[in-house]
Design a protein around this ligand. Structure first.
Ligand SMILES: [Zn+2]
Length: 534
């Protein structure tokens, strides 16, 4: 495997035994072009070398069959607005899937099918490894030369030109020696090959053999989607949701007429290790801004779509701008179409505060694909203020949750004030970055759910209320469960909930210090605020 290919799967290697995944031998029986395409797409993102195979099979995927298969099988039966997935043959109804929903439902079925295969073929690690690194220790005699603590503080460690994180601790063995530990990051290219052979192994002989059966349906919608969609974050979740959306429109012969999409993402460059799960991008997009690439791909697929983008985050300054500035400053009676056509990007590919404000005020829906709770909280405040639905998902490792917020709730109501303050990310590890492992099955499932619910809302807004307001999925059970969400806050003023959660209890307005830099989290394109409320 080339270094590039290996880097592509580096974010999932702590979750699955990658060599086993690559060698999986899975057959395919039955015909359903969309579902086959999605099964192949997910197999490629997982790194499976060959799929489907015709001999020496570990398992066979059987699509839309009325007959029991002889081999060890996973049956997928597509339905009008859902699917049935089972390891046991059953006589579940098979029917033609609604064209608008078929691509997204196929993605969902394919991702869950692959997850079940990973489970049953013992590819999932019993212990998820969040990050793997190597260290080199130097035992230093500080007494021999009377080296002081100040001298030690000035010591730096290098690997080639790369400066390494260095930690010191006393040896505590009576020698007075000090141990200096330099951390070598396995992502460093010349190390990754050498140290690939070092791994954690525990007894993993118990393969899951219990029968599995899962049925999924969503509400019926057929009309072509129209209106103004704002997408915040086009990493794993955002790309799969946009993919679900434009493939659905194409599948009913639509061209995106009447649909306006604005994409925001501050991440200035797509990296190789994003490619194992961020479906819109390929090697040609590496080092380009995510929002720019996503917009370009949408425009090339839907000829009548109005699409705009900004290489920037949506967060507190935008909420502040919506709350503080008086109405008269805003140009009124903007035509929706002109709004996007007249966008002027600055040198940094970002939109002005007024342009963003106008786009938000015209929005019918916000779809959230950011990767931290604080940004989600602020976005949910923006959508509450605008009185439009907010579709959210969070995914990492083999788990995630999906939310639809309409007038009945916000992130603070549902997840508590602490979640919006995002302590998880601000409590940094030594390198200032909580490592997150990610894999295509998880992001495809939650991205498809977001995309399907966005299609529902833009097709027929009233039908969105028939969607579950909250759903969770765990890769070990491989079942999506809808939940009755908890309610942590009193009253229905959700903008106030978010402001309270952010800690500004004395004012109706958020005080944003515009000079405080927003910290960009390079790994996932999310933006987190400096922890000034802690
Ligand atoms: Zn609320």
């Amino acid at each position: 495997m080339s270094p590039t290919e290996s880097e592509k799967y580096s974010r999932q290697e702590g979750l699955v035994h990658q060599p086993r995944v690559e060698k999986l031998r899975i057959g395919l029986k039955g015909t359903n072009p969309l579902l086959e395409e999605q099964l192949i797409l997910i197999s490629k993102h997982l790194g499976v070398k060959e799929f489907p195979v015709t001999n020496d099979m570990d398992m066979e995927i059987v699509i839309d069959s009325n007959k029991k298969n002889e081999k060890k099988s996973l049956y997928i039966n597509m339905k009008e607005t859902g699917f049935n997935l089972s390891t046991e043959f059953n006589t579940a109804e098979i029917s033609k899937t609604l064209a608008l929903l078929a691509p997204g439902l196929s993605t969902l079925a394919a991702a869950m099918a692959w997850q079940e295969i990973l489970k049953r073929q013992n590819c999932i690690r019993s212990i998820p490894i969040m990050k793997k690194y190597a260290t080199v220790q130097f035992r230093v005699n500080t007494q021999f030369t009377n080296i002081s603590e100040d001298d030690l503080a000035g010591v730096q460690a290098f690997h080639g030109d790369q400066r390494l994180a260095l930690f010191s601790e006393p040896c505590n063995d009576g020698t007075g020696h000090v141990r200096l530990t330099a951390r070598l990051d396995l992502e460093s290219p010349n190390l990754s090959e050498t140290l690939k052979s070092v791994d954690l192994k525990i007894d993993e002989s118990c393969v899951v053999e219990e029968p599995y059966s899962f049925e999924f349906t969503i509400p019926h919608v057929e009309k072509l989607p129209e209106g103004n969609l704002v997408v915040a974050g086009v990493g794993g979740l955002g790309t799969w949701s946009l993919y679900t959306l434009f493939r659905g429109v194409l599948n009913v012969g639509g061209s995106g007429k009447g649909l306006n999409i604005t994409i925001f993402d501050p991440d200035e460059s797509i990296e190789i290790h994003n490619l194992n799960r961020q479906v819109l991008y390929n090697e040609a997009h590496v080092d380009r801004p995510k929002a720019d690439c996503a917009a370009e791909i949408l425009a090339s697929n839907l000829s009548d779509l109005n699409v705009g983008f900004g290489v920037q985050a949506l967060g507190l300054p935008e909420l502040d701008n919506l709350l503080t500035h008086v109405e008269s400053e805003i140009k009124s009676d903007e035509d929706d179409v002109d709004l996007l056509e007249e966008l002027e990007l600055t040198e940094n590919n970002s939109l002005s505060a007024d342009e963003v404000k106008n786009i938000l005020k015209e929005a019918d829906l916000i779809l959230c694909g950011v990767d931290n709770l604080n940004a989600r909280g602020v976005l949910s405040g923006i959508s509450s203020h605008l009185n439009i639905p907010f579709i959210n998902a969070g995914a990492e490792n083999f788990s995630g949750q999906f939310d639809v917020f309409q007038e009945s709730g916000c992130m603070a109501c549902r997840y508590g004030a602490d979640s919006v303050r995002d302590k998880r990310i601000t409590s940094c590890q030594e390198d200032g970055d909580v490592p997150v492992a990610s894999i295509v099955t998880t992001t495809a499932i939650f991205g498809a759910l977001e995309g399907l619910s966005a299609l529902t809302a833009l097709s027929e807004m009233s039908v969105l209320s028939q969607w579950p307001t909250q759903a969770i999925w765990g890769g070990r059970s491989n079942r999506l469960q809808s939940l009755q969400p908890p309610h942590f806050m009193q009253g229905n003023d959700h903008v106030e909930h978010i402001l309270q959660a952010l800690g500004d209890l004395n004012s109706n307005l958020v005080k944003v210090d515009m000079n405080t830099p927003l910290q960009s989290d390079n790994r996932n394109g999310a933006v987190k605020k400096e922890s000034k409320h802690q």
